[in-house]
Design a protein around this ligand. Structure first.
Ligand code: GTP
Ligand code: MG
Length: 438
């Protein structure tokens, strides 16, 4: 059964009710416009949302936390309300006579106070008498068009998958995207010999390393671009070491950040990127476009590598769907790499990708990312498995199939990039302190 609501309208209504889920109980054009069928399907179902539609394009209805029934009694409900929704704004009309919020009567459909009555006498209409139990504006609500083209009733399920409070606060507005872009453009390493922060992306095959660079590049280009080869393959698609700079616009200046894309890690020895190669990259010895040969790690050591050539921050790129099934061998390989990175004092973060595939609520709306119980659990798990604090785990969704940019996707990706720059700053702080003491 499909609701007449668009996805966006459904989301807005759910948000009005506090991040809940709607489960279909009754749809008049499918089940019939009769009170008997309505009661059969909707009685004793707990909190419900009733939605009426008319040919004037109005969407309106009522919410009650109490059961529908046929007792012939009024029911008290201080949380009940009526609403109207013109497709852009929802107007809520709270119950004014709470002791008579709902009338449990067998001869009609949903019966709110005496003010809004759906399907009276099995007709495809609504009766509307504002002002006694709920104060609403009839014109605003249904344009005085009382003929229904549809009536839907949903059970309102608590969003058990959602946390009461987001575990991180993100502002999902265009203004915020601008601020993030500005702060990235303005970024300047505190050490004068380094003009750009170098971030290494490392992680299992197919985790989304190349896609992360592509996604960041896309944001600054203004459209989805696929410069780095990405896709699905059982062995790593990326076989060369690539240092990518990102430009502010097609002909713009390079940004003060370089993203280094590597071949994927594989659990077996002798395949995928080699731990020794990772060390060469970290120390700035590996040339751009170096072709990885897993069984033959880079030997030539370029002693002249300076701080500007070295890696200033490492981001482990981990597929959010595969956190729980990460093999012990992969964990051991990552742990060996982490140990070496720790010794070099380079800050480390985790980019947890594919959050859209991991959680349907996030696929539905990326803005659910920090209220999704599931994503938080995965973030905690990855933090434990990789030995990186939770504050350094950054869930992101890369561009994978889209053709156009999306504001929420951009904000999440840019927030991760800003975190990387902050980490490189702490590294530069450490390095400059060492210089002072030397
Ligand atoms: N839905 C979704 N798909 C993603 C995301 N990130 C990457 N993908 C897809 O995952 C696949 C692998 O992505 P890549 O970026 O090639 O992965 P990689 O880490 O560079 O892999 P190798 O270079 O092979 O080691 C591609 O098909 C991407 O489109 C994401 O956040 N969400
Ligand atoms: Mg790749």
């Amino acid at each position: 059964m499909e609701t007449k609501l668009t996805k966006e309208q459904e989301r807005e209504l759910c948000r009005l009710l506090g991040n809940v889920k709607l489960r279909f109980l009754y749809k008049a054009t499918v089940h019939g416009h009769t009170a008997a069928v309505f009661h059969q399907l909707c009685d004793r179902q707990g909190p419900t949302l009733t939605i009426g539609y008319n040919s004037s394009g109005c969407i309106f209805g009522g919410y009650t936390t109490k059961d529908f029934g046929v007792t012939g009694q009024y029911v008290q409900d201080d949380k009940a309300f009526l609403f109207s929704y013109n497709g852009r704004n929802i107007v809520k009309y709270p119950v004014t006579n709470i002791t008579q919020a709902l009338y449990q009567v067998s001869s009609t459909g949903p019966y709110f106070g005496n003010d809004l009555i759906f399907l009276p006498n099995n007709t495809r209409t609504v009766q509307s008498t504002p002002g006694n139990y709920y104060n609403f504006n009839a014109v605003e609500m249904h344009g005085n068009n009382l003929k229904l083209t549809e009536c839907e009733v949903f059970q309102v399920e608590e969003g058990i998958d959602f946390l009461e409070k987001p575990w991180r606060n993100i502002i999902w507005e265009a203004e915020r995207k601008k601020e993030l872009i500005e702060s990235i453009k303005q970024y300047k390493p505190i050490i004068s010999s380094v003009s750009r922060a170098k971030v290494l992306l490392i992680g299992p095959v197919g985790a989304g390393k190349s896609s992360f660079f592509n996604s960041i590049n896309s944001i600054f280009r203004g459209h989805v671009a696929n410069q780095a080869l990405s896709g699905s393959s059982s062995t790593s698609l990326t076989t060369r070491f690539r240092t990518y700079s990102v430009k502010a616009g097609r002909e713009g200046k390079p940004l003060p950040i370089i993203l280094c894309d590597t071949m994927g890690l594989e659990e077996a020895t002798g395949v995928g990127i080699d731990v020794d190669d990772v060390i060469s990259i970290l120390k700035g010895h590996m040339p751009n476009r170096h072709q990885f040969h897993p069984s033959v790690p880079l030997q030539t050591v370029d002693k002249s590598a300076q701080l500007k050539d070295q890696i200033h921050c490492v981001a482990y790129v981990i597929d959010g769907c595969k956190v729980s099934i990460m093999s012990a061998k992969m964990e051991a390989k990552l742990s060996a790499i982490r140990w070496k990175i720790n010794r070099l004092g380079i800050p480390q973060l985790v980019l947890m990708t594919k959050v859209d595939e991991a959680c349907p609520d996030v696929a539905d709306d990326l803005r659910n990312i920090y209220v999704s119980q599931y994503i938080r659990t995965k973030a905690q798990e990855v933090s434990v498995r990789l030995g990186v604090p939770l504050s350094c785990v950054l869930p992101v969704k890369n561009y994978s199939e889209e053709l156009e940019l999306d504001l929420s996707t951009d904000i999440l990706l840019l927030t991760a990039l800003v975190q990387m720059l902050r980490s490189t700053d702490s590294y530069f702080d450490d390095v400059s302190e060492l210089d002072v003491h030397d």
